[in-house]
Write a protein that binds this ligand. Structure first.
Ligand code: F6P
Length: 195
């Protein structure tokens, strides 16, 4: 059985400021996570010569992958975070204050709500299809370093969680979710590398 390791990027500077979207670098805590992750991956996938590391095209995932050595890295645009359109770079408080109708519509139906000039969770789920097909096809382990909304959708696919739950699944920073697909179904382990 081959594991799939899912993780968010290390804490970003925008995470610290509470801003959504963007393309900032990682914070000091994020850097520390990147090192711990590299250590973990090195040990966990030691004899797995064909393993690979998949990131999004955004800095925070690429920087999180950078201390990992010895495995090929692949960037997928499909692994980029949900596009928040006109709200990109704002805090949730700013959206609530400046665009109250948008805030309310999202709260009412987070799965279907599409940011103006951006995406909905359903859009994200759809664009992940080729990634899922490729993950299913892999015979070697894959480490996926991506983002909150995207990982909710990927995790829900493997853990067989209903569509309507996806936008609300807990997806903490600095935690690895290991998924094992065996003959007897899917097994899951979690490793919290930092508080
Ligand atoms: O705050 C981090 C983040 O990845 C944002 O970039 C993104 O908009 C958000 O999480 C997605 O989570 P939610 O759908 O709960 O707003």
């Amino acid at each position: 059985p081959r594991p799939i390791l899912l993780t968010r990027h290390g804490e970003s500077k925008d995470n610290v400021r509470g801003r959504i979207g963007g393309d900032t670098a990682i914070s000091d805590a994020g850097e520390l996570y990147a090192k711990k992750l590299a250590n973990f991956v090195e040990k966990r996938l030691k004899s797995e010569r064909a393993a690979s590391i998949w990131t999004s095209t955004l800095q925070r995932t690429i920087l999180t992958a950078s201390p990992i050595i010895g495995f090929p890295k692949i960037q997928w645009r499909a692994l980029d975070e949900i596009n928040a359109g006109v709200c990109d770079g704002m805090t949730y408080e700013e959206i609530k204050k400046n665009m109250p109708e948008e805030y309310e519509s999202r709260k009412k139906d987070k799965l279907r709500y599409r940011y103006p000039r951006g995406e909905s969770y359903l859009d994200v789920i759809q664009r992940l299809e080729p990634v899922i097909i490729e993950l299913e096809r892999q015979r070697a382990p894959v480490v996926v370093i991506s983002h909150q909304a995207v990982l909710r959708a990927l995790y829900a696919y493997f853990a067989d969680r209903p569509l309507k739950e996806i936008p609300h699944i807990e997806m903490p920073l600095h935690t690895i979710i290991e998924i094992q697909m065996g003959v007897s179904g899917v097994q899951e382990k979690r490793y919290k590398l930092m508080d």
